[in-house]
Design a protein. Structure first.
Length: 267
């Protein structure tokens, strides 16, 4: 994964907030995340596209698509072998996973999240795109975004970690695609990308999130990243949904983000 001079080939600051239904503190979190992550590789930033417009039942959709195009152009230009992404809402991972899957056809995605995130525009009760990225990377994105994506990720190359919250659309997609959870006794081989939504964590230990419904301990979350990094298999890590209420929260939460990054390069 590592180049001669950097621990990741590219650090992508992707401060997308438009996909969230509770975006008040996401920009503060994304800025703090970028400050941590920039220590681990050369940083580029996806420009903010503003509030955008609702399309097809998805809030602020035009801004989300514009930011996706910007991220895709950056990734296509830089051609990194490994990517560390500082989000942003968790839908910012669609562009990164699509790029890495194109580079590594046998890529496995570990989705560390309290939520299944598997709605589509037709099934979402909220219209917020951060509840749809799992369906999107598997070929069920809205048509205008689907046209920009490459080969869908096969469900067999996907594992949930700690996900337990979903509505009817999420669970239907999970059942229809036989999406499974990571078995710690069956290590994943080949290149791995870890999506780490901080709301997977127990909010008693990590309260700096907008949707505090997680059950995962901080040490268990770090162990997932360390396991993925073992032997140099980790080619991507995306940190999402950091939503500290103030500067003090940003500083406190950033300590765990640094530990995540250190775990990612430990292999």
């Amino acid at each position: 994964m590592q180049s001669a001079d950097h621990k990741f080939d590219l650090v992508l600051s992707y401060p997308q907030w438009q996909g969230s239904g509770r975006s008040q503190h996401l920009r503060r979190g994304a800025l703090a995340a970028a400050e941590v992550c920039r220590r681990y590789g050369p940083l580029v930033q996806v420009p903010d596209a503003g509030a955008g417009e609702d399309v097809g039942g998805i809030h602020r959709w035009t801004a989300i698509v514009e930011q996706f195009r910007s991220a895709k152009a950056m990734l296509d230009e830089k051609q990194p072998r490994s990517v560390l992404t500082a989000g942003g809402d968790c839908a910012c991972d669609v562009a990164v996973i699509d790029y890495l899957h194109g580079r590594y056809p046998d890529l496995t995605v570990l989705w560390v999240d309290a939520h299944l995130d598997a709605n589509t525009a037709a099934t979402s009760p909220s219209g917020n795109f951060h509840g749809m990225p799992v369906a999107a990377i598997m070929g069920s994105a809205p048509a205008d975004l689907r046209a920009l994506l490459s080969t869908p990720l096969p469900p067999s190359q996907f594992r949930y970690v700690a996900a337990h919250v979903g509505d009817d659309g999420d669970w239907e997609f999970q059942r229809n695609n036989a999406l499974s959870w990571l078995d710690p006794d069956r290590p994943v081989s080949g290149p791995i990308h870890v999506h780490f939504d901080l709301d997977a964590l127990d909010p008693a230990a990590f309260p700096h999130v907008a949707y505090p419904e997680g059950r995962l301990s901080m040490e268990a979350g770090l162990a997932v990243v360390r396991g993925a990094a073992a032997g140099g298999a980790l080619v991507g890590l995306t940190i999402t949904e950091f939503a500290p209420a103030d500067g003090r929260g940003a500083m406190e939460g950033s300590r765990f983000l640094e530990r995540l990054c250190e775990a990612a390069v430990a292999g």
